[in-house]
Write a protein that binds this ligand. Structure first.
Ligand code: F6R
Length: 366
């Protein structure tokens, strides 16, 4: 049932070009420059006119929510807040009928996320869900929602669910941008086209497996890892660090790159691998300074960058490149080498990849 792969996680990493395509099928209509999200069509007006959108989730789904915040704010100019579902509840949250809550959950059973759904509903907000498991509790208790259609995810560490969640959020952001008239036709056409090309680009990244493996072999016994990213690649840094912690038990931290000099820089020495997410975008000059700062302290820079980003490739000890895409979509590509890296490191460390210690696939206690 693992389709010839040694672990479900590896199978699920490999499936992503297909699962992203499945997630977009019938929804991303390239020839009409249109997004069709049937699951929320009855409530789209209320969503479009909402005062703000509150996204609540846990773990990897929360990271997808953070990417969604960049996407929706940028394309739809809508105010978005992202909350840990658990923390949302403890704060006697300020949420009203004018707000929309969007929860994200692969399993649809996460207790804290479910509690956030109930809290928001009791305050009169419209509550939408992005779930993978059809008919799950969260899918049933939300007012409307969009399934990710990633298929069953068995490995405890979430991979294909994450890329599908980001895909749904990107489609929502485009739809909202069009409906709120914040996105002109040319720009929406360019991002819709870029989305349609993502599955092939993900497949291309899978051909870099051996390159990532060589890095994994070298750093499999590092005690710590630092992940740095800016803007929409900041959540990817968090996600990369979480994946490594979960399955290889290596201590890893993800940081917004600019925060490095406010503390974590003290950790950098010749034993510290620093994974730097550096697409060739508006943050590039700043990421290059970060790379230079790490190098000056003899840190080991592993850059995840785009094919065209020669400067970063030249400055970094190691680099894995991903194809170029629309800037806002880079998280869908940069996360893939990080999934492979954590997987291969866990294999070298002989960890139980699909069922890491202390973790469960769905966390149904609060
Ligand atoms: C990460 C992971 C967890 C889940 C979190 C939320 O690999 O598996 O962090 O993402 O427990 O789960 P869902 O999305 O099912 O609500």
């Amino acid at each position: 049932e693992k389709g010839g792969f040694p672990h479900f996680m590896l199978k699920e990493i490999h499936e992503q070009s297909e699962t992203i395509a499945d997630c977009m099928r019938g929804r991303l209509v390239v020839e009409d420059n249109k997004i069709v999200l049937g699951g929320i069509s009855a409530v789209t007006d209320r969503l479009v006119n909402a005062r703000r959108l509150i996204i609540a989730a846990c773990g990897t789904s929360w990271h997808a929510g953070l990417v969604g915040e960049y996407l929706i704010e940028s394309l739809a100019k809508m105010s978005v807040e992202v909350e840990y579902a658990s923390e949302f509840r403890y704060r006697d949250p300020l949420i009203t009928e004018e707000d929309v809550m969007l929860v994200i959950s692969q399993s649809g059973e996460t207790a804290d996320t479910l509690a956030a759904v109930r809290e928001a509903r009791s305050k009169g907000a419209l509550v939408l869900g992005i779930c993978n498991v059809v008919g799950s509790t969260i899918a049933r208790e939300t007012d409307a929602g969009i399934y990710t259609h990633a298929g069953p995810e068995i490995g405890v560490a979430s991979t294909k669910a994450f890329t599908a969640q980001v895909t749904v959020l990107a489609m929502m952001a485009i739809l909202l941008g069009q409906r709120r008239a914040k996105l002109d036709e040319k720009e929406s056409a360019s991002i819709i086209k870029a989305m349609s090309e993502i599955p092939a680009k993900v497949a291309e990244i899978m051909t870099k497996f051996d390159e990532v493996d060589a890095i994994a072999r070298l750093f499999a016994y590092a005690p710590n890892f630092l992940y740095l990213g800016r803007s929409y690649n900041f959540p990817v840094a968090l996600e990369g660090a979480l994946k490594l912690k979960e399955i290889s038990y290596i201590h890893a931290e993800g940081y917004p790159a600019a925060e490095m000099k406010h503390g974590p820089i003290a950790l950098i020495d010749e034993l510290m691998p620093v994974v730097v997410l550096a697409a060739a975008d508006h943050t590039n000059d700043k990421m290059i300074s970060n790379i230079e700062e790490v190098r000056a302290r003899k840190g080991r820079v592993i850059a995840i960058t785009t094919d065209n980003n020669q400067d970063v490739q030249r400055l970094s000890e190691f680099s894995i490149t991903v194809p170029e895409t629309h800037d806002l979509l880079t998280p869908l590509l940069t996360v893939i080498p990080l999934q492979i890296l954590s997987y291969q490191i866990a294999v070298y460390r002989k960890c139980n990849v699909d069922q890491p210690r202390n973790l469960a696939k769905s966390v149904t206690v609060e």
